[in-house]
Design a protein around this ligand. Structure first.
Ligand SMILES: *Cc1c(COP(=O)(O)O)cnc(C)c1O
Length: 737
C-alpha cells in the first residue's frame, strides 16, 4: 500500500511559506481551488506576471515567490482573511459526510470506488494532458463526482509533452511544437512505497519489460492516477511511450493503450484499490477488460469463457465517436506483436483472442476494434446524447444480429459541464445573490434556476458586458503577442489596440478544426458575410480559436482562410483568431461571447459541450440541431427559438455541397433577421430586454440539464449501480438494457 504522498508534497511546500500562508500549500496541491469562487485572485496576487508565465500553476508560483513577496502578503490581513476563509471551506468540503451519494447510493463505498479510465484529462490549464472535448469531459466527470461524493479514482497517462502546441506563421499556416511539462514543479506527486521508492508496475511492451511509475493528482475528493514510462531504467524508446497525447502512429497508439488499459489495472492493484466498477471512457481503455480477466483467471484457475460474465459485470463503457473511422482499430499483425505472449495467459488461442475485437468473424484480415472489444466486455454502454445513442445503435447493429436496430443495447447519457468550473465568478456571485449561496450544489434543480427571473435585467446585462470586455482585452493581448512573435509590421501590431469593440454583438467559435465542423461556414458567401460584419449601424464581430490535427491538411487550410479574413482590411477589426486554444482561452470565450456558433455536419457532433458552458454565462447558442442541442433547443409556437437558434432546422441531405449552402443561408438569415435586430433593440440604458429575456430562458432551460451533476446522477442511477435505477428519477437519459 502506498503513502498518501500528495500530503507530503504539500507539507514540503508549506515549509518554505511564512506561518499564516501555510494553508496555501494544501490549496495548491488540490485542484479544488480552481472551481472555488476565489480562484481568480488567490495565486495571481502573489505575482501576476509570474502567474501568467508559469501557466497558472499554483505550485510553481509558490516555489518561485521571493521571501520578500511572501512576507509582504503574510502581513496583509485582507489576504490572510481570504486564505483562512477558503481553507475553512476546503476543509469542510473534504470532510463532508452528508453528500448527495450518501443519500442516494450508500452502497457505493470508498473501499470499492469507480475506476474511471480515460486517455486524457482536462482538469486545468496548468496540467496540459488533454487535447479537447473528451479530456474536458473527463475532468468535469471527476469534479462532479467529487462534489456529489461519488467514490471515484481516475486513471490516465502523464504525457511528458502533452498535446501539440499551435503557432500560426505569417502565411496563416499552423506550425506544431511541443513543450516539456515540468512534472517536478506541478501540483502532482509521484506515488512512493513505504520505503520511499517510487511505486513501479511492470508491463511487457514490444518484447521488452517497461517500468511505469504513477503520479497522483488531487481533484477535490477524487484522486487521479497518471501513468508515466519516462524513467531512466527504461529503454530510451519506451521512455517516450507516454511522451505525446495522440502524437504517434498506430504502433505508438496501441502501446499507449496497453499502458492505459493493462497498466491502469496493474496500478490500481499495486495501490491496493479494488474498484467496484471499471468505467472505460472511450475505447482507448478497452484493454483494461482483458487485464481484469487475466487477474480473475489467475485467481480462480477458470477459463476465459467461465469468467467472462464476471468481468462484464464489473465493466461499463461510454462511446464518443459517431463515425466508424473514428474508432481505433489495429491490424492482426500489430495485435500479434503486442499480445502473442498475452493471450496464452488468458488461455485463449490467437483466433479466439482476435475474435474479441472483430466486427465480423471468420475473416483473417479483420482488424481488432477497441470499441468492439469494449462492447463485448462491458455490461452497459452509452452514447453521449440522445441522437448519438441512436447513431451508435445503428452503427453497431452488426454486432447484435439477434436485435433490431432500436433494440441494440446502447443507451445514452447526455454530456454536461461542471458548472462551478465554467461559470464566471462574476456571474457566480450574481447566482449567490439571487439563487442562493448553495447554487453550486443544487445545479440539477430546475426550480432553483427558475429564480434567474428575479435578477434585474440591467444587472445581468452589465455583468455579461464586463465579461465581454475582459474577453476582448484578452483577445487583443494574445493577438498582439502573436503578431510580435511573428515579426509583423509595426502598424499591424498597433492595430490590435482597436481590434474588436465591446459595444458590438460578439460571436465565438472555438473547437478543433476538422472539416466536418465547417469552421469557415459563416464566410461561405463572402459578400453577404462582409455586409453582416461591417454593417454601419449594427455590426457583428467573431472570435475564433482551435487547433487542426497535425495530419489534417484540410483543417489547416480552414484556419488559413480564417487568418486571411483577420487580415482583410475591410474587416480587420471584426474578425479575430486566438492561437493555441486551451482551457483558459476556452473559459474566457464561453464567458464573454453573446452568441456561440456551432455548425457541424449532422450527426457528426456526438454531443459537444462548449455550447453548454456558454449557457451558464448568459450566452446564447446558434447551432445546428446536432448533439446536445437537439435536446436543449426550445422553439415557440411561431417556430422561433426561445432559448437560442437552430441553424438549418431539420433540413438534411446527403449532398454536402447542398447542405453547406442550406445551412449557411439559414445562418445568414438568422443573423440578419432575428439575432442582430434583437440584440440592437436597446433602451436608453443600452439594454435589450428581449435579449435578456432569451438569456434568462437559456439559463433556466439548459442549466439544470447540461451540467455534470445531472450527468453523474444519471451514471450512478443507470450505470454504476443498476440495482437502484428505479429509486432515482432519471432526468434525461435512458440506458436500454
Ligand atoms: C469545452 C472544450 C472543448 C470541447 O468543446 P466541444 O463543444 O466539444 O467542441 C474543447 N476544448 C476546450 C479547451 C474546451 O474548453
Amino acid at each position: 500500500m502506498a503513502n498518501s504522498s500528495a500530503v507530503t508534497a504539500a507539507l514540503r511546500l508549506s515549509e518554505k511559506l511564512p506561518f499564516p500562508l501555510k494553508r496555501l500549500a494544501d490549496l495548491a496541491y488540490n485542484y479544488w481551488w480552481s472551481w472555488s469562487g476565489d480562484r481568480i485572485a488567490l495565486f495571481q496576487t502573489i505575482d501576476p506576471q509570474e502567474w501568467e508565465r508559469c501557466g497558472h500553476n499554483p505550485v510553481a508560483i509558490l516555489e518561485s515567490a521571493s521571501y520578500e513577496r511572501l512576507t509582504q502578503l503574510a502581513e496583509d490581513p485582507f489576504y490572510l482573511k481570504q486564505i483562512s476563509a477558503l481553507a475553512k471551506e476546503f476543509d469542510q468540503y473534504l470532510l463532508q459526510k452528508d453528500t448527495w451519494v450518501s443519500g442516494v447510493a450508500p452502497q457505493l463505498s470508498k473501499d470499492n470506488p469507480i475506476a474511471y479510465f480515460c486517455a486524457e484529462f482536462g482538469i486545468h490549464e496548468s496540467l496540459p494532458v488533454y487535447s479537447g472535448g473528451l479530456g474536458i469531459l473527463a475532468g468535469d466527470h471527476l469534479k462532479s463526482s467529487s462534489d456529489l461524493g461519488v467514490p471515484m479514482v481516475g486513471i490516465g497517462l502523464l504525457y511528458r509533452q502533452g498535446y501539440f502546441r499551435q503557432r500560426l506563421n505569417r502565411q496563416g499556416w499552423q506550425e506544431d511544437y511541443y513543450i516539456d511539462n515540468p512534472f517536478q514543479h506541478m501540483p502532482i506527486e509521484l506515488v512512493k512505497t513505504q520505503n520511499g521508492e517510487p511505486l513501479i508496475i511492470h508491463l511487457d511492451v514490444r518484447q521488452r519489460q517497461v517500468k511505469v511509475q504513477i503520479w497522483q493528482v488531487q481533484v477535490g475528493r477524487v484522486t487521479l492516477y497518471l501513468l508515466d514510462s519516462d524513467r531512466e531504467d527504461n529503454d530510451p524508446i519506451d521512455r517516450w511511450l507516454t511522451g505525446h497525447l495522440y502524437g504517434g502512429n498506430l504502433e505508438t497508439r496501441i502501446a499507449q493503450e496497453v499502458v492505459l488499459g493493462i497498466g491502469g489495472v496493474r496500478a490500481l492493484n499495486a495501490l491496493g484499490i479494488q474498484p467496484s466498477v471499471y468505467h472505460l471512457n472511450e475505447g482507448h481503455a478497452a484493454f483494461c477488460t482483458l487485464e481484469v480477466a487475466r487477474l480473475e483467471i489467475e485467481k480462480t484457475g477458470k477459463s476465459f469463457y467461465d469468467i467472462e460474465a464476471t468481468v462484464r459485470n464489473r465493466c461499463v463503457f461510454t462511446t464518443h465517436t459517431p463515425v466508424p473511422a473514428g474508432h481505433d482499430v489495429f491490424s492482426p499483425d500489430l495485435i500479434d506483436s503486442y499480445f502473442a505472449q498475452y493471450w496464452p495467459q488468458l488461455r485463449l488461442s490467437r483466433e479466439q483472442f482476435l475474435a474479441l475485437g472483430a466486427r465480423r468473424l471468420g475473416d483473417p484480415w479483420e482488424p481488432f476494434g477497441m470499441t468492439v472489444l469494449a462492447l463485448r466486455m462491458t455490461r452497459a454502454c452509452n452514447g453521449v446524447s440522445e441522437l448519438h445513442g441512436q447513431v451508435s445503435r445503428k452503427m453497431w447493429t452488426v454486432l447484435y444480429p439477434q436485435h433490431s436496430e432500436d433494440k441494440v443495447p446502447i443507451g445514452y447519457i447526455t454530456n454536461g459541464v461542471h458548472a462551478p468550473t465554467w461559470t464566471a465568478p462574476l456571474l457566480g456571485d450574481l447566482y449567490n445573490q439571487y439563487l442562493g449561496e448553495d447554487w453550486k450544489t443544487r445545479a440539477m434543480l430546475p426550480e432553483m434556476w427558475a429564480k434567474v427571473d428575479d435578477i434585474p435585467d440591467e444587472e445581468l446585462w452589465w455583468r455579461h458586458r464586463v465579461l465581454k470586455e475582459r474577453l476582448i482585452a484578452y483577445t487583443r493581448y494574445k493577438i498582439r503577442k502573436a503578431r510580435e512573435q511573428r515579426g509583423e509590421d509595426y502598424h499591424f501590431i498597433q492595430s490590435t489596440d482597436t481590434l474588436l469593440d465591446p459595444d458590438v454583438l460578439t460571436i465565438g467559435f472555438a473547437r478543433r478544426f476538422s472539416p466536418y465542423k465547417r469552421g469557415d461556414l459563416i464566410l461561405r458567401d463572402a459578400e453577404r458575410a462582409k455586409k453582416i460584419f461591417s454593417n454601419a449601424q449594427h455590426p457583428v464581430q467573431i472570435i475564433f480559436a482551435g487547433k487542426a490535427h497535425p495530419a489534417d491538411e484540410e483543417g489547416k487550410r480552414i484556419i488559413q482562410r480564417l487568418m486571411e479574413w483577420c487580415r482583410n482590411s475591410g474587416l480587420n477589426n471584426r474578425v479575430a483568431f486566438i492561437e493555441d486554444y486551451d482551457i483558459y482561452t476556452g473559459q474566457k470565450l464561453v464567458q464573454g461571447v453573446d452568441v456561440w456558433l456551432n455548425n457541424p455536419r449532422r450527426p457528426l457532433e456526438a454531443s459537444g459541450t462548449s455550447g453548454q458552458k456558454v449557457c451558464f454565462n448568459g450566452g446564447l447558442n446558434l447551432s445546428v440541431l446536432d448533439g446536445w442541442w437537439c435536446e436543449g433547443y426550445k422553439a415557440g409556437s411561431d417556430g422561433k427559438g426561445l432559448n437560442g437558434w437552430a441553424i438549418g432546422e431539420d433540413a438534411h441531405t446527403s449532398d454536402q455541397e447542398l447542405q453547406d449552402r442550406i445551412d449557411s443561408q439559414s445562418l445568414y438569415q438568422l443573423l440578419e433577421q432575428e439575432i442582430v435586430p434583437l440584440y440592437y433593440n436597446q433602451n436608453a440604458q443600452g439594454v435589450s430586454s428581449g435579449w435578456v429575456q432569451m438569456m434568462k430562458t437559456s439559463i433556466k432551460t439548459n442549466a439544470p440539464l447540461f451540467n455534470t451533476d445531472r450527468m453523474i446522477a444519471d451514471y450512478v442511477s443507470q450505470v454504476y449501480v443498476p440495482e437502484i435505477a428505479k429509486s432515482v428519477e432519471p432526468i434525461l437519459a435512458k440506458v436500454l438494457v
